[in-house]
Design a protein around this ligand. Structure first.
Ligand code: PLP
Length: 415
């Protein structure tokens, strides 16, 4: 049947605004998603009716704020089938979630000469924390290669690197540049067989498809509220309970302790051991509304919509002369999320994005926080990227394709 995109769009106030006098076409959801009124209202209701610090007050509005904050984590546990609410840590974003593991788990488990394995398609937030850890501990960071066409992880290359016995394998579930959907379950099984712990960066997966962390069987999984209709300021770290239990804290301060004396401190239970200081309550409450919104649509429907849209957009772009696209295509579209990186021959991607902007179309251009992938693997200084979500319509894709003609016109690229 498909999503009723027109009715979904009515929930997103920003989608009826204009940009440079034209209806806004927002094609940058991989960077951050737009927010429906249900999320905006949930945050506003918190500020209007029960704004208070959580876990601290015994008065009514503080108790209500605490309940809503904790309910959000219960919903998150269900959203990714974590099993237990104790496995869900809230922090600022995917980046902080990965750093929590790289620092708290990494310092306790990585030593001199140990291997850590990531891939060539990672976002900086799944590269730099491991580079820092490797440097501090004298460990070796390996990168699983991509296939010849730079579309998928080269599984034979990955297996060879697994023979080095890495202690940690960390990879993205969905690439924010190529759109590639990695087989998280298969890679996790291979990594476990090699004796590694596994972290999956799910920043581009959880917003767009059904994710079941227990089926994947990864040890850690990270994602961000702001990419899935929720407010910025909340990241989610899933960790297997026994690992979170044995890990030392990441940040020290209020809330993460059981008791503090002049000579030391003891730690709170998980997940609070990893939630130091005042949490972003309003963002967590907005995220709860976002998960409920997505839950009503159904994540399989979300995925189906984006698959159809991506196929349509890719076909239309590839039919346009002078356009080069990156990532899976053709028969491999089942393994591509709603992200299309592309270039227009003869045009710098920043010029493409600027001309799109004058047409009211928001796309992103640059290295997309994946410099090694873009500059070394794709061999480009930058690429343009259009990314889709539940509110993206076919009509918007048509406008994007028209904007490519406009780029050629403005830059006199007569192809
Ligand atoms: C694949 C991937 N990982 C991690 C991140 C970092 O997310 P955040 O900035 O919310 O920490 C992003 C953000 O674009 C991403 O696309």
């Amino acid at each position: 049947m498909g999503l009723d995109v027109e009715s979904i769009r009515k929930d997103f106030p920003i989608l009826s605004t204009t940009s440079h006098g034209k209806p806004l076409v927002y094609l940058d959801s991989a960077a951050t998603s737009q927010k429906p009124v249900q999320v905006i209202n949930a945050v506003s209701e918190y500020y209007r009716n029960y704004n208070a610090n959580i876990h601290r007050g015994i008065y009514e509005i503080s108790v209500k704020a605490t309940e809503e904050y904790e309910r959000s984590k219960e919903l998150a546990a269900k959203f990714i089938n974590a099993g237990s609410y104790r496995s869900i840590v809230y922090n600022r974003n995917t980046t902080e979630a990965i750093n929590t593991v790289a620092i708290a788990w990494g310092e306790a488990n990585i030593g001199k000469g140990d291997h850590i394995l990531i891939t060539q398609m990672e976002h900086h937030s799944n590269i730099v924390p491991w580079q820092l850890l490797a440097k501090r501990r004298g460990a070796i960071l390996d990168y699983a290669p991509l296939d010849k066409e730079n579309r998928f992880i080269d599984m034979e290359g990955l297996k060879e690197l697994l023979e080095r016995g890495p202690k940690m394998v960390s990879f993205t579930h969905v690439s924010n540049v190529l759109g590639t959907i990695n087989d998280a379950k298969e890679i996790t099984a291979l990594a476990h067989k090699a004796g590694a712990r596994v972290l999956v960066d799910g920043a581009q997966a959880v917003p767009h498809m059904k994710v079941d962390v227990r089926e994947i069987d990864c040890d850690f999984y990270a994602f961000s509220s702001h990419k899935m209709l929720g407010p910025a300021g909340t990241g989610v770290l899933y960790g297997k309970e026994e690992l979170l239990e044995e890990m030392p804290p990441f940040l020290g301060g209020g809330e993460m302790i059981r008791s503090v004396g002049f000579d030391g401190a003891t730690w709170n239970d998980i997940p609070w051991k990893f939630e130091a200081g005042t949490q972003n309550t309003e963002s967590a409450i907005g995220l709860a509304a976002a998960m409920e919104y997505l839950g009503r649509i159904g994540m399989d429907e979300v995925r189906r919509h984006e698959e159809v849209l991506t196929r349509y957009a890719l076909e239309r772009l590839q039919d346009t002369s002078g356009v080069e696209t990156y990532g899976p295509e053709g028969n491999d579209l089942k393994r591509k999320g709603g992200v299309i990186a592309f270039n227009v021959k003869g045009a710098h991607p920043h010029d493409v994005a600027s001309i799109f902007d004058r047409e009211g179309i928001a796309i992103r251009a640059g290295h997309h926080c994946a410099m090694p992938l873009v500059t070394k693997m794709l061999n480009e200084p930058a690429v343009a990227r259009a990314s889709f979500y539940i509110y993206t319509s076919e009509g918007e894709i048509d406008r994007m394709v028209q904007a490519v003609s406009r780029v050629k016109e403005v830059l006199h690229l007569n192809r």
